[in-house]
Write a protein that binds this ligand. Structure first.
Ligand code: HEC
Length: 475
């Protein structure tokens, strides 16, 4: 817990619990009861009682606890379309404040009266009580004698960091470059060598759950893409998967190491069996309507979460590809997702600004945040996009994220804000957490890796001239 104690400065004021009787009903009375009151029930919808609201109208249920974006009530008053009529009918949109009350009330789980119970699942049952991933029996894998430098394209060294990953068991960090993957010892900050990735740019890096292998997915835009599985100790290639016509943007290896899943602009998720080189996928998922941007197997080994550029998130049976549930709420590209190591919750980050923690047992959001809203320069007005760019659970259940406000933020296992690191000058594209939860890493838009260990911020330049340590604040 040494990390961030010093840097804690963003304690959030607890949001008041909204309820139907005192907060929502007065708003509805003003704008809606003329047509949806106890007497006049247009479209069969009565909003004057909590039970009437829950019952809904002609087309059924109008609210889903925790999910305003999927609730007809919210779509109607925010005039967001989707075939839902704009309300109040024939009148201007309600003021933002009133719309916000209804949105937050749905998000908080439809509490009926002051002190009433939320319909979101019981938070106590979501507490983190230790990860599912067994410690490897042999010593945690560290590279031995890798080539010092692969054929990395030095001219492209200042490009954004497209992927980083930390080993779950060893002090080891992998950083994507152009044509290579650099490996660092996270304690000594020493560069251990590079793995060649002649396929192009790696857009995703994932260590296996036991830390013995590293999967890299990537390729050359609109030309070719694949995923490559490396042995961490020897640096040898253990397998190559996929023959995509565009880059691989998302890939993972299952908890038992037997499956590799990948996806990208082709919109299809393909799942391969490890150890069958050149074989066809054992199954494909064709439900996504846009680029596959993130995917990850659950630590329990049974489930696979996949996400796309339109905001769709779905969960599947890992072994068969059988559909389990859709996690519908995001409105823009999913940039990143991460399973908590007990497999109970899943975090998704999106360009819509939302970071959602899902209760994967019922597919409902357990908490929704919009943490990365950039501050406007003094004297300017409007709203800057507050996209979430990367999310990662640490081994202790804490969650880390980075986004368009150029900061790394830290949350408890249930999404309570614990703190933020001072914003960087450069966009932080990817976040990772060390195996012991003590060190946070973020790759930036100029190809550097920032390291927060205790109160110090340091910087690595994996592919820069000299590739040395620098002072992270001094740019
Ligand atoms: C002037 C009358 C009028 C007012 C005021 C009005 N509505 Fe409606 N509402 C209707 C009518 C008529 C329909 C059916 C429209 C249709 O199906 O196209 C409807 C449909 C709806 C539906 C869809 C029900 C379903 O099952 O499809 C919702 C939700 C709704 N209204 C909510 C509201 C809310 C919330 C307000 C207040 C902010 C409101 N309405 C104000 C007349 C009104």
């Amino acid at each position: 817990m040494r990390l961030f104690v010093v840097l804690l400065f963003a304690a959030r004021v607890a949001q008041a619990q909204l309820n139907y009787e005192s907060d929502v009903k007065p708003v509805l009375r003003r704008y809606c009861f003329a047509c949806h009151g106890a007497e006049e029930k247009r479209a069969g919808l009565e909003l004057e009682s909590f039970s009437g609201l829950l019952k809904g109208g002609g087309s059924g249920e109008i609210v889903k606890p925790g999910r305003p974006g999927s609730s007809i009530l919210f779509l109607a008053i925010s005039h967001e379309g989707n075939g839902v009529p704009n309300m109040p009918l024939g009148l201007p949109k309600m003021p933002d404040r009133e719309i916000g009350i209804i949105r937050d009330w749905i998000q908080q789980g439809l509490v009926d009266k002051p002190g009433g119970k939320t319909r979101l699942s019981d938070r106590a049952s979501l507490e983190f009580s230790g990860g599912l991933i067994p410690k490897p029996k042999s010593e945690a894998a560290m590279p031995r004698q890798l080539p010092a430098s692969a054929t990395v394209d030095k001219l492209r060294a200042a490009q954004p960091v497209t992927a980083i990953a930390a080993s779950p068991w060893a002090p080891l960090l992998a950083v994507a470059g152009h044509g290579a993957i650099a490996l660092y010892n996270t304690v000594t900050r020493e560069k251990l060598g590079e793995l060649a990735f002649a396929e192009g740019i790696p857009y995703v890096l994932r260590f296996s759950r036991d830390g013995s292998t590293l999967l890299a997915g990537g390729g050359k835009g609109a030309v070719a893409g694949k995923a490559v599985l490396f042995d961490v100790r020897s640096g040898m290639r253990l397998g190559e998967f996929g023959a995509e016509r565009d880059v691989v943007l998302a890939a993972d290896v299952s908890a038992d190491g037997k499956l590799v899943a990948l996806g990208g602009p082709g919109k299809i998720v393909r799942v391969f069996a490890v150890g069958q080189p050149g074989a066809k996928p054992i199954y494909e998922i064709a439900k996504h309507t846009d680029w596959i941007t993130a995917l990850e197997f659950a630590p329990d080994g049974h489930r696979l979460a996949t996400a796309d550029r339109a905001g769709g998130v779905h969960m599947w049976e890992a072994a068969t590809g059988g559909f389990l549930v859709s996690l519908a709420e995001h409105k823009d590209a999913i940039t990143s997702l991460s399973w908590r190591t007990d497999g109970v919750t899943l975090a998704t980050g999106s360009e819509d600004g939302q970071l959602i923690l899902w209760d994967t047992r019922d597919g409902f959001p357990a908490s929704t945040m919009t943490p990365h809203q950039p501050k406007l320069a003094p004297g300017t007005f409007g709203k800057l996009p507050g996209g979430v760019l990367s999310v990662q659970f640490g081994p202790d259940g804490r969650l880390f994220s980075t986004g368009r406000d150029k900061a790394v933020r830290v949350y408890s296992s249930l999404g309570k804000v614990l703190g933020a690191l001072p914003p960087s000058l450069v966009m932080l594209t990817k976040v990772a957490v060390s195996f012991d939860g003590k060190i946070a890493f973020a790759g930036d838009a100029k190809g550097n890796v920032h390291i927060w260990d205790g109160s110090k911020e340091e910087m690595l330049q994996p592919y820069g001239l000299g590739a040395q340590l620098g002072d992270g604040r001094n740019r």
